[in-house]
Design a protein. Structure first.
Length: 551
């Protein structure tokens, strides 16, 4: 069975939903293929339930790494959204654009036209920021962004502890100054998770020019010579083909985008041959350059019974759920990450390379309490790992998961930066502002003091922050490992683009949802052949003493 559309988008996640919206807005017909099902229902739409969909096979692809050699052979979970809205429907809803310098570095790495001055207008176009810095933030876009109420005194105490430790306070880390401590932003609107599906895909479907096919498993891109003409996909036991009159756009994540290219015969020749796939286009960078953010949970017991640990019982959860269900308010209407920090690990680093998410609870991401009693924690980790891994198909069966190896902590600088995270966090936690609440350290714990002990703790307890990126790197055509050019076109193949987190040459400073949405916005203009939005002349704040001072 064959149908034809102007554009076919593989993946309904952050970038895919944005592009479906913008292309249909321009009058084109769009087919969106999504392997998951509906995102309707409280487990996804209630912000505080965020740990539930991420841990459900129904909504999560459930990828897992190969044994990671520098983490004692641990296999690390690699969740990706398998649902309408993709990972924006199962993520933590934290909104971080990234530091302006991140995008300047992209351009320095070969992504021409993606410096901060070029991407800032696209962030503004997509945003409807409630409380952001005037002039820097958008206020009329589809993506609503808000701050939490910060009613729990621990939120402000953490910000004040950062200030007491000598760091700046920033009113809007997505504005001109990222560095410092301040309120954190979330993609929540009127009490609901404001996913890419809610912000972009639903309005696009209302135009009747977008057809969304759920439970559609993309098996390969159809090529005629060096030109993409469609996609083969399955639903249940039935096989379908869809033809693209204009282009095929892959927006299937940093795991599934390179996998689909490789299954289609586009990728490193040796990998394809070993998997039994005919080499139609040798492109060495497909699936390489995989990297991520790692973090630890730095946890402290709380002397006062004010933390969310007291809300983990069934009765409290029922009351929170009922308030949210009837009024979309209360503790159910927040992701609980309401304050944060961005700092530099050492003098000589020009912009932050450590991120903090503060949480007024001591709890794992799967919702299990760390210990009986009350506690609070920060998620902390380095932002710019030098370790690189890969995504490679095992064989020519589309249904088999690929081999995933991040090579976490494979570079010695990662260990240096992570040790700094532990040391600097301990210092912040000892500040006067937290004294009324602070009891003993749960983890790493008082016994973890020497460099070797800290390394052992990191090896055993570090976690992914769920930000995989880089596997279809954007770069100059002369870069042998570049997969797409600066307009997201797959190098050497006509009518085929990749536009999602996989094209980032280097991971941004913070959570990935915001820059992935921006990629969808900017890619849309490239696809439509429009002139880019006029560049911004805004200049970000860089600590004037960065060469000689850590703070």
């Amino acid at each position: 069975m064959t149908a034809s559309f102007d554009y076919i988008i593989v993946g309904s996640g952050s970038a895919g939903s944005v592009m479906a919206h913008r292309l249909s807005e321009a009058g084109h017909t769009v087919l969106v293929l999504e392997y998951g099902g509906t995102d309707r229902g409280p487990l996804i739409q209630m912000p505080s339930a965020l740990s539930i969909p991420m841990n459900m096979k129904r909504y999560n692809w459930g990828f897992e790494t190969e044994p990671e050699p520098h983490l004692g052979g641990r296999r690390m979970v690699t969740p990706r959204g398998k649902v309408v809205g993709g990972s924006s429907s199962i993520n933590g809803m934290v909104y971080v654009r990234g530091h302006p310098r991140d995008f300047d570095v992209w351009e320095e790495m070969g992504a021409k036209g993606w410096a901060f001055k070029h991407v800032q207008p696209y962030f503004k176009r997509m945003e409807n920021a409630h409380g952001g810095e005037e002039g820097w933030r958008g206020t009329a876009g589809p993506m609503h962004i808000k701050r939490g109420t910060r009613l729990n005194p621990l939120y402000q105490a953490f910000i004040e502890a950062g200030r007491q430790a000598g760091y700046p306070v920033t009113a809007d880390y997505n504005g001109h100054q990222q560095e410092g401590f301040g309120p954190m932003e979330m993609t929540v609107h009127n009490g609901f998770r404001w996913s890419a599906a809610n912000a972009y895909l639903r309005p696009a479907r209302n135009t009747k020019r977008v057809k969304l096919v759920t439970y559609a498993y993309a098996r390969r891109i159809l090529l005629e010579g060096k030109k993409a003409v469609g996609v083969e996909y399955s639903r249940g036991h039935n096989l379908y083909t869809a033809r693209a009159n204009r282009e095929v756009i892959v927006a299937a994540s940093s795991i599934n985008s390179p996998k689909l290219l490789q299954l289609s015969g586009i990728g490193p020749a040796a990998v394809l041959k070993e998997a039994g796939v005919s080499v139609l286009h040798n492109l060495p960078g497909v699936g390489e350059n995989l990297h991520d953010h790692m973090e630890i949970y730095f946890q402290v017991k709380c002397k006062q019974p004010i933390t969310l640990n007291g809300k983990l019982n069934i009765g409290s959860k029922a009351l929170i759920g009922a308030e949210w269900l009837f009024f979309q308010s209360g503790l159910g209407a927040t992701n609980h990450f309401e304050s944060c920090g961005f700092i530099r690990s050492a003098a000589g680093i020009d912009y932050p390379d450590i991120q903090y998410h503060f949480l007024p609870a001591a709890v794992r991401y799967d919702g299990r309490a760390a210990f009986p009693g009350h506690g609070f924690q920060v998620h902390v980790g380095p932002m710019r790992t030098k370790s690189r891994g890969f995504v490679r198909i095992r064989n020519n069966n589309p249904l088999d998961n690929p081999r995933i190896l991040f090579n976490y902590m494979g570079h010695p600088d990662d260990w240096t930066e992570f040790r700094a995270c532990v040391k600097l966090t301990r210092e912040i936690m000892q500040q006067k502002a937290l004294k009324p609440f602070r009891a003993e350290e749960i983890q790493p714990g008082r016994k973890v003091q020497t460099e070797a002990q800290i390394d052992d703790f990191i090896r055993d307890h570090s976690e992914t922050a769920f930000h995989p990126t880089g596997t279809c790197k954007m770069g100059a055509k002369k870069d042998r490992m570049a997969v797409v050019d600066s307009e997201c076109r797959v190098i050497g193949i006509e009518n085929l683009r990749v536009a999602d987190s996989s094209i980032m040459p280097q991971v941004t400073n913070g959570n990935l949802n915001a820059p992935t949405l921006m990629i969808g916005e900017k890619a849309s203009d490239h696809i439509l052949g429009r002139d880019p939005l006029p560049p911004s002349n805004l200049e970000p704040w860089i600590n004037p003493n960065w060469r000689v001072s850590q703070r």
